[in-house]
Design a protein around this ligand. Structure first.
Ligand SMILES: [Zn+2]
Length: 406
C-alpha cells in the first residue's frame, strides 16, 4: 500500500533563505529548459527537444554555474526537467485531440513552489538524525531541517518533496510498503450523502456539519478579495499595499485548505472506525464545476435569495464543495489501511427515490423531494429527512453491490 505524508518544516533563518534560493534556481532551470523547447518549436524545422537531451545538458549547466545550479541535487533537477516534459506531453496530447491547448508557460519565481527528490538518500535524507529526538530532513545545499512530525511514518520512504505554501514550508513524503493495520470488525454498514447544508448525513440520520470556521473564513475571504480587486490588474510594479493584499488572499486560501483537510481527516477516521463498509455517491466532477442553478430560499417558499446573498452563498458553496474529491480520497486511503471497504455507487435519483430501507415504496419521482430539508413521497406519503433519504438509498445500492461482489 502507498501513502503520502505532509509535515511542516521549521527551518532556521539561514535554511529558509537557502530553500527560497533552491526554488528560485529550479524555477530558472525550468524556464530555461522551456525557452529552449519554445525556440526549437518555433524554428522553421519544428524540431523538438526532449527530456533526454535536456537532462544530458545538466552536467554542463551545473559546471558552468556552480554557485547556483551546481549547488543543488542533480536528481531533483532531473525531476524538474521531467515535470516540464510532462507539461509538454500533456500539451501535445491536447493538440492531437484537437482541443485548444495553452502552450506551457513560464513560471514566475513566486509561483514555482515545489522541488521533488525522486529517491530518498539521493540529494536528500529523510530522518537524517535518527539518534536525535527531533526529526530532521537533510537537503543538499540546505542542511538538516527540523520537521514537525506530528505522526509516525510507516512504510518505506520513496520520494521526498519540498513545498512552499505562502510563508510555510512543508516536506511531502511518498511511502510504499505501508503495512495494513486492520481494525476490529463492527458489523456495521453505512451510506453517506454529501451535501451543502450538512457536510454529510449518514443513513442513520446522523449529520456531520461543515466546520463553523469555514463560514467565518468565507466572509473574511470575500472581504480580502474585494480589497484586492480595488488594485489595477496589471501594473509593472506592484505596490507594497497591492502585494500585501494578494498575500492576504493567498494566506486565507491556504488557511481554509489546511482546516478543511483537518476536518476531512477527522470525519473519515470516524467513519472508518465505526463501520466495516461505507457507501457513498460517485462524484460527478463534470457537474460540480458548473455554476449552481438558482436555489429557492429554504425559509421562504417560492422566493429566491437576493443577489448579494446569492453571491455569498456561491462563494460559500465553492469553499465547501471543493473538498469532496479530497475527502473521498482520504476516506479511501484510511479504509484501505484499516482493511475496510468503501463502495462508490451511482448517484442518480438517490434523492428522489422513496427509501425501501425505512418502509418506503421505492417510487422514483422528481416531485418527491418537496423542500431541501424534507422528503415526502407522492405515492405512499412517507416523510423523512431529505439528506437521510439520499444516504439510505446510497446504503441500499452499496448493499446490492456488496452482494454482487461477494
Ligand atoms: Zn413511497
Amino acid at each position: 500500500m502507498r501513502r503520502a505524508y505532509k509535515f511542516l518544516l521549521r527551518p532556521t533563518v539561514r535554511q529558509e533563505t537557502a530553500l527560497a534560493e533552491m526554488l528560485r534556481d529550479h524555477c530558472s532551470l525550468y524556464n530555461g529548459a522551456l525557452q529552449e523547447r519554445r525556440d526549437a518549436y518555433r524554428h522553421v524545422s519544428r524540431t523538438s527537444v526532449r527530456y533526454r537531451e535536456q537532462s544530458a545538458q545538466l552536467r554542463e549547466i551545473r559546471a558552468f554555474d556552480p554557485k547556483h545550479q551546481g549547488r543543488w541535487s542533480f536528481s531533483s533537477q532531473q525531476a524538474t526537467l521531467r515535470r516540464l516534459d510532462r507539461a509538454f506531453q500533456a500539451f501535445f496530447r491536447r493538440v492531437r485531440a484537437g482541443l485548444a491547448p495553452g502552450y506551457p508557460r513560464f513560471r514566475g519565481v513566486g509561483h514555482f513552489d515545489t522541488v521533488t527528490f525522486p529517491k530518498d538518500g539521493d540529494g536528500c535524507r529523510w530522518d537524517s538524525t535518527p539518534q536525535d529526538k527531533q526529526t530532521r530532513v537533510r537537503l543538499q545545499g540546505v542542511g538538516h531541517v527540523r520537521v514537525h512530525r506530528h505522526r509516525a511514518v510507516r512504510g518505506r520512504v520513496k520520494t521526498v518533496g519540498i513545498k512552499r505554501e505562502g510563508r510555510r514550508w512543508y516536506v511531502v513524503l511518498s511511502c510504499d510498503e505501508v503495512p495494513v493495520a486492520p481494525l476490529p470488525e463492527t458489523g456495521s454498514i453505512v451510506g453517506i450523502d454529501m451535501g451543502t447544508v450538512h457536510f454529510l448525513t449518514d443513513s442513520g440520520g446522523e449529520h456531520t456539519e461543515n466546520p463553523g470556521f469555514l463560514a467565518t473564513m468565507a466572509d473574511e475571504l470575500a472581504k480580502a478579495q474585494r480589497h484586492l480587486s480595488t488594485f489595477p490588474r496589471r501594473t509593472g510594479q506592484r505596490t507594497k499595499k497591492h502585494r500585501a493584499a494578494a498575500r492576504k488572499v493567498a494566506g486565507l486560501h491556504a488557511k481554509i485548505r489546511r482546516q478543511r483537510l483537518d476536518h476531512h481527516h477527522k470525519t473519515a477516521l470516524g467513519l472508518v472506525r465505526q463501520h466495516d463498509v461505507v457507501g457513498h455517491e460517485k462524484l460527478n466532477t463534470a457537474g460540480m464545476t458548473k455554476a449552481p442553478a438558482p436555489r429557492p430560499d429554504p425559509g421562504n417558499d417560492g422566493a429566491f435569495l437576493p443577489n448579494g446573498a446569492a453571491a455569498k452563498a456561491w462563494l460559500n458553496r465553492s469553499i465547501l464543495d471543493a473538498g469532496w474529491g479530497q475527502f473521498l480520497g482520504i476516506l479511501a486511503q484510511k479504509a484501505e489501511s484499516a482493511a475496510r471497504r468503501v463502495i462508490p455507487v451511482d448517484a442518480r435519483n438517490t434523492s428522489r427515490t422513496c427509501p425501501l430501507r425505512i418502509g418506503g415504496c421505492g417510487h422514483v419521482s422528481g416531485e418527491n423531494r418537496v423542500t431541501r430539508a424534507e422528503f415526502e413521497c407522492v405515492r405512499c406519503g412517507l416523510v423523512a429527512d431529505a439528506d437521510r433519504v439520499g444516504a439510505l438509498n446510497v446504503l441500499h445500492r452499496a448493499g446490492l453491490a456488496l452482494c454482487d461482489g461477494a
